[in-house]
Design a protein around this ligand. Structure first.
Ligand SMILES: *Cc1c(COP(=O)(O)O)cnc(C)c1O
Length: 342
């Protein structure tokens, strides 16, 4: 498979910006190369443009070489960069399987890249036949989300694998919620597929949504394209420092994930006892999709009682559905007690 033939011509020939820190890579006593203020404030120097220390720790944790890791300002940055690297505006397209995360279509729209929309099957799994029918030569990138947002389920591994192996497009698997799933996801097979990009994030299980740090994993060839077109200093010093600290406390994250998973089971059990609840969909994430009689009305009543959930009732396959994030034990209790009074 020839990845170079999928990259936009102007990106292939682009000469990237070379930062002062790209040109001199060693350590020195005196830095007079970047027009920084010389007086130390902790933040007076530019950050490492390739975030080598953070990537080293992620590499140890995930067993993926640092050169196969890209770090972005949230996952949103790699989503945008992937579209800009591979899709010629007004000509090439992306394909998504709905209902799914909204940012793929938004980023495509901003870039004037058409979106082919294929509906998931009634179990929220991939409809491979429909996807294959929608694949004309213009689809450069397929975005899959597993576990899927807003349905919460993992997509079938067999179907994803078949798709990656059979298409002449980039396949992005967004694994923002993989820490909550009883599954390794696709990092273990990263080396098998030259067209595979896996996205993960520090925003969910790691508890760092405010930090804005997302990860993309792919071949060195693809990662070098993303590095070439990103903003030179895209991850600031504070984010890199906090990420390094957090990466040395993996046990804390794992404990919180365990608690969230216990709470998820309890929340599902309690939701199922409520008469307004018609269906709680199976979930591999830190949220549940719940079908309720009069979902929109319940959503409004919850807001009046200062509880905010996500109304997905206008989304395809999600009629009368609310998406509820698993909170602390106290928050979940408050939700259930409040629902009982409605
Ligand atoms: C929350 C979420 C993300 C995370 O985005 P960040 O920009 O990293 O905060 C990515 N993908 C999906 C499907 C999500 O639900």
């Amino acid at each position: 498979m020839n990845i170079q033939s999928l990259i936009r011509e102007n990106i292939k020939t682009l000469k990237p910006y070379s930062t002062a820190r790209d040109e001199f890579k060693g350590t020195a006593e005196v830095y007079l190369d970047a027009n920084e203020n010389p007086f130390p404030t902790t933040y007076n120097r530019y950050p490492d443009p390739l975030q080598k220390k953070v990537k080293q720790r992620i590499s140890e944790l995930k067993g993926i070489e640092p050169e196969k890791i890209f770090l972005g300002n949230g996952s949103d940055e790699p989503i945008d960069l992937i579209i800009r690297a591979f899709c010629e505006p007004g000509k090439d397209s992306i394909l998504i399987s709905e209902p799914t995360y909204g940012m793929y279509a938004v980023c495509a729209g901003i870039n004037n890249v058409p979106v082919k929309r294929v509906t998931l099957d009634p179990n929220f799994d991939l409809d491979l036949e429909a996807i294959k029918q929608a694949l004309d030569g213009s689809v450069k990138v397929i975005f899959l989300c597993s576990p899927n947002n807003p349905s919460g389920n993992l997509l079938s591994k067999e179907k994803i694998t078949e798709l990656i192996a059979s298409v002449n497009s980039i396949v992005v698997i967004d694994e923002a919620y993989i820490d909550f799933a009883n599954d390794d996801g696709f990092l273990p097979v990263l080396d098998k597929y030259p067209n595979l990009i896996v996205l993960q994030t520090f925003s969910k299980a790691w508890g760092l949504a405010g930090l804005r740090l997302g990860m993309a994993f792919a071949t060195k060839e693809i990662i070098s394209v993303l590095n070439k077109i990103k903003y030179p200093y895209n991850i600031n010093i504070l984010t890199q420092q906090v990420a390094l600290e957090k990466l040395s406390t993996v046990e804390e994250k794992n404990k919180q994930v365990d608690t969230i998973l216990q709470q998820r089971s309890a929340l599902i059990q309690q939701l199922q006892t409520l008469s307004m609840v018609q269906r709680v969909y199976p979930t591999d994430a830190n949220f549940v999709l719940v079908k309720m009689k009069g979902a929109r009305n319940i959503y409004d009543l919850l807001i009046e009682r200062s509880i905010i959930v996500r109304d997905r009732s206008t989304v395809v396959l999600c009629a009368d559905c609310l998406r509820i994030t698993v909170g602390t034990p106290e928050e979940n209790l408050k939700l259930i007690e409040t629902l009982k009074t409605l």
